[in-house]
Write a new protein. Structure first.
Length: 413
């Protein structure tokens, strides 16, 4: 029987990885900046500014290949940490409560304003919000328009930015089954990764992402849980990689130390890949690229994803591996901020639209107001007895500080 699943086996104590907490906070905070940027660039989003700022797009591309992959990597590490504390089906019960109830609440309370303003601006919907909600709750299939010769419809109810939650739940179930059936094999693979040299860490661990981009990118990312082949290939692979990287930390810290030592080469490679990709997209904006060059850039994209994750983990390990009151406060609030932030951004864009502010003024204002409103909302919601169920808030104002050896909550659950 796998010793990690034996009911009598004591959970190994592990040094708490505070840097993954900070990295999680920063990664979720980046979503606020990114989604405010989506309001101004030419890429498709729920609502768009009257003034597009396409010059933002190369800057957005600095994070778009890897920002969600980083969150899944950290979440994979969190799942393994949680497995050390929660045996058997208790893991699935805890994760289900943490992820599925906020998802349901979000789909029917938090997300609908996003879809309402989307159909107002894209489809010319003239009904009131209650009128829209009647159709939303009835799963009306007729919110459609013709785009590029094809009929595109808005599926309602929808989870929009909350797609991360069902994906993470499914990956947790798969990880639980994998550990239950193949724990010793995972231990050997984890030990192999921990002993890997720089070439394997930099290139070998990038291969799943490179292969996913090379073979499955033609399946457009849809955030449809059933048909999202490319996103599953990349996000499940980094989730499992995070699990493997965390699985060996009860023995030593050599893997994270090696990643920290490689932080500068990883950053240089990620930035070089970004620069080459920008040149590629600029040069071939109007003409089709040669086939081999297109394949090479797909490999480069996948490499950039992993190199950016390595750089982020390495710098966080070097600079942010410490505890403090702010870490505890922000770690507790960030999940609530994530659930609220996109709806808050869209509502604020509609409130500020009549003012006709320049993007250079409006965008920083959107960021500041979004963060302030979300954090104030968290401060109020955490005092409510049902906040755990609807918003995934796990700490109360009078919660005692975590014990230093408690690694399961040092990264996102």
């Amino acid at each position: 029987m796998d010793k990690h699943l034996h009911p009598q086996a004591p959970a190994p104590k592990t040094q708490r990885l505070f840097f993954l907490d900070w990295l999680r906070i920063l990664a979720f905070g980046l979503l606020v900046f990114y989604h405010v940027g989506m309001y101004y660039v030419s890429w498709g989003w729920h609502v768009k500014s009257a003034t597009l700022v396409t010059a933002l797009e190369p800057l957005m591309m600095l994070s778009s290949p890897w920002r969600m992959a980083l969150l899944f990597f950290i979440s994979g590490a969190a799942t393994q940490a949680l497995m050390r504390k929660t045996q058997g089906a208790g893991l699935l019960k805890q994760r289900s409560a943490r992820l599925l109830w906020p998802l349901l609440f979000g789909m029917f309370i938090i997300v609908p304003p996003q879809s309402y303003f989307e159909v107002v601006y894209k489809l010319g919907f003239e009904g009131s919000y209650p009128d829209f909600m009647q159709r939303y709750l009835a799963a009306d299939p007729n919110f459609c328009r013709i785009e590029a010769g094809a009929r595109r419809c808005l599926t309602v109810p929808t989870w929009n930015h909350l797609w991360f939650l069902p994906y993470l739940w499914i990956y947790t179930v798969l990880a639980w089954a994998l550990v239950k059936t193949s724990g010793p094999q995972l231990d050997r693979l984890s030990a192999l990764i921990a002993r890997s040299g720089p070439a394997t860490l930099m290139l070998g661990l990038a291969l799943p992402l490179m292969f996913s981009r090379l073979t499955l990118v033609q399946f457009e990312g849809t955030n449809n849980l059933v048909w999202d082949w490319y996103n599953h290939a990349q996000y499940l692979s980094v989730f499992l990689l995070g699990l493997l990287c965390m699985r060996g930390t009860a023995v030593d810290d050599s893997l994270w130390a090696n990643i920290a030592r490689l932080r500068w080469p990883a950053l240089l490679l990620a930035l070089t890949a970004w620069g080459l990709l920008q040149g590629y997209f600029s040069h071939y904006a109007e003409t089709p690229p040669p086939f081999l060059l297109r394949m090479a850039t797909r490999l480069l994209w996948g490499g950039m994803q992993w190199w950016a994750i390595m750089a982020a983990c390495g710098f966080a390990k070097q600079w942010l591996n410490f505890d403090g009151a702010w870490r505890r406060r922000l770690s507790s609030s960030v999940f609530c901020v994530y659930i609220l932030h996109q709806t808050v951004i869209i509502l604020l864009t509609q409130a500020l639209r009549p003012l006709g502010l320049a993007p250079g003024i409006e965008a920083p204002l959107l960021i500041a107001l979004t963060l302030a409103i979300c954090l104030l909302s968290y401060a109020g919601l955490r005092r409510l007895p049902f906040s755990l169920v609807i918003m995934g808030i796990t700490e109360r104002p009078d919660a005692a500080p975590h014990r230093s050896e408690d690694s399961a909550r040092s990264i996102p659950s």
